[in-house]
Design a protein around this ligand. Structure first.
Ligand code: G16
Length: 561
């Protein structure tokens, strides 16, 4: 077994996006590609030397291979100990919990989140720092810079585990033998500790909720619920928490076996990608409560009879009712949302007299606020919600929170909770329209057209609404003062409405244009209308002002959520 330095030329485009580096599997399979990026992380984060690193992923295709390679890189870069999830599995929130509980100096999470998996699908890798959260922009920028000049990586040439030395070519077999079993192994001078991927996470969320009350709710005759793990990472977590700890029937957790290609589906929990669940609950009303989570377990979709809960509303409802949950019984310090997320949570924060924050898209922007104790809850329109218990968004946590609310409000349903919320705070009608795999130049041209119009927009009308402000969102972090510009185009009609346009930072094919629409309605008699119809004037405005259809030739969005 020897340590090797391998000379390489930098790869282009190893720039982390909204959430880590995401590319096609075939890009990651290029010789040296993964190695170059991980070496850049190690070069940028010297604190990892002599410390503990957490490693795991969502189980998608290439996960195991990547873990074998990263272990050999870690051993050659002076890392003391790596905590690896058994079978290479760690959901994103679980990785965050493990980093925090074991005081690791950082973690590498292998996932492309909700993007499809398999040999033709996507792969991804993100670096999380010692607080358990995604590396902030300054760190991802430094990693990117390093990838542009990197000339070598360091790797352990052979595997030596349990005293048996194996050539690197059989690394896949070595994983089958060891990563599948909990235990401690030695790799060069480094300890590989294979851990139960669920234990730390279950301990952290288990301490927050009223499990007895949820158990009684689940056992209540007539209460029917289902959790769809979408053949992604959440299956083992949902089984442990919902079935083993809360007594739900095993059949209530569906698609619970993680698969390398997520069963050929798009593991994105929204009505567009989970149509059967949506039909069964929202339309047919055959279940009282249903939820789903994404590839790496950080997103959540909440459904009730007759209602798909908008993620923006979900954050607002959780904030308004937080004190019903033991972990938040003493109240919350503040709420943050990403800029395109509806302002429903702002209304709650104002009523509770706690702080509210508007950050750029990307969970990494919540980290400083959580660390400083300025917020307790945060969330995004992209089906993400969480709290200060970890530093990532957390799908199952949101599901448990909703179950706890239902348990604490006997006789209420998801729909009645929402309707009561709207009556009290007003309703923010909300929708997002995605145009996917658009030619990158055309997408930029559409955004440029709206950007150029921004200065002239204030005073203009959108139907009965008047535009009061229009800008390209810039953010100054109130804790560390760091600045981020160009975070999305905003057209604001006072408190009444907003239209937002931005390019996704998580796609791997061409560009994805996202248009977001929000309309406030305070009149309870008008809070149960069809969402798209109410937003139509805003939708028409965005399509005309970006020239999106004309420029791209598209006639409709690919996904509406
Ligand atoms: C990631 C980020 C989120 C972001 C979402 C969509 O989620 O963590 O903060 O809202 O992508 O980003 P974009 O609009 O740039 O595509 P995930 O679940 O994909 O890791």
């Amino acid at each position: 077994m020897s340590l090797r330095e391998v000379a390489i030329a930098p790869f282009e485009g190893q720039k982390p996006g909204t959430s880590g580096l995401r590319k096609k599997v075939t890009v990651f399979q290029q010789p040296g590609y993964l190695e170059a990026f991980v070496q850049a992380v190690f070069d940028t984060a010297p604190e990892l030397q002599g410390g503990t690193l957490v490693l795991g992923g969502d189980g998608r295709f290439f996960n195991r291979e990547a873990i074998a390679t990263i272990l050999r890189l870690a051993a050659a870069n002076g890392i003391d100990r790596v905590l690896v999830g058994q079978r290479g599995i760690l959901s994103t929130p679980a990785a965050s919990a493990v980093i925090r509980r074991h005081r690791a100096r950082g973690g590498l999470v292998l996932s492309a989140s909700h993007n499809p998996g398999g040999p033709d699908g996507d792969f991804g890798i993100k670096y999380n720092i010692a607080n358990g959260g995604p590396a902030p922009e300054a760190v991802t920028e430094a990693i990117f810079k390093r990838t542009q000049t990197i000339g070598r990586y360091r790797i352990l040439d052979a595997m030596d585990v349990k005293g048996v030395t194996m050539p690197s070519s059989v690394s896949e077999r070595m994983l089958d033998q060891w990563i599948d079993q909990v235990g401690e192994y030695r790799l060069g001078g480094m300890i590989v500790q294979v851990i139960d991927p669920v234990e730390d996470y279950a301990a952290v969320v288990g301490a927050l909720f009223d499990f007895d009350a949820i158990r009684r709710l689940i056992a209540r005759p007539g209460f029917r619920f289902r959790f769809d793990a979408m053949h992604a990472v959440t299956g083992p977590y949902a089984r442990r928490l919902l079935v083993d700890m809360l007594g739900a029937p095993a059949t209530s957790v569906i698609n619970a076996e993680p698969k390398e290609n997520f069963g050929g589906r798009h593991p994105d929990p929204n009505p567009a990608h989970a149509p059967e669940l949506y039909q069964a609950v929202v339309v047919d009303g055959t279940l009282d409560f249903a939820a789903a989570s994404d590839g790496d377990g950080d997103r959540n979709m909440i459904l009730g009879k007759g209602i798909a809960v908008s993620p923006s509303d979900s954050l607002a409802v959780l904030a308004a009712n937080a004190t019903l949950v033991p972990g938040y019984a003493r109240g919350i310090s503040g709420v943050a949302r990403s800029m395109p997320t509806s302002r429903a949570s702002d209304a709650v924060a104002a009523a509770l007299k706690v702080a509210s924050f508007e950050t750029p898209t990307g969970w990494k922007f919540f980290g400083t606020l959580l660390d400083a104790g300025r917020i307790t809850l945060c969330g995004e329109e992209s089906y993400g919600t969480s709290s200060d218990h970890v530093r990532e968004k957390d799908g199952l946590w949101a599901v448990l929170f909703w179950l706890n609310l239902l348990a604490a409000k006997p006789g209420e349903t998801v729909l009645s909770i929402l309707q009561a919320h709207w009556r009290r705070f007003g309703r923010h009608y909300y929708s997002r329209h995605d145009y996917e795999a658009v030619d990158a130049k055309q997408a930029a041209a559409a955004l440029d057209r709206l950007r150029a119009a921004l200065p002239g927009l204030p005073g203009e009308k959108i139907g009965a609404l008047t535009i009061t402000a229009a800008d390209d969102f810039a953010y100054r972090d109130p804790v560390d003062g760091s600045e981020s510009r160009g975070q999305g185009l905003r057209v604001i009609c006072g408190e009444q409405a907003r239209v937002i346009a931005r390019l996704s930072g998580t796609g791997t094919e061409g560009a994805t244009v996202r248009l977001y629409f929000e309309l406030f309605e305070s009149d309870p008699a008008r809070q149960n209308d069809d969402v798209q119809s109410r937003l139509q004037p805003l939708i028409d405005f965005a399509e005309v002002r970006t020239g999106l259809r004309e420029i791209t030739g598209r006639t409709a969005p690919d996904v509406i959520t």
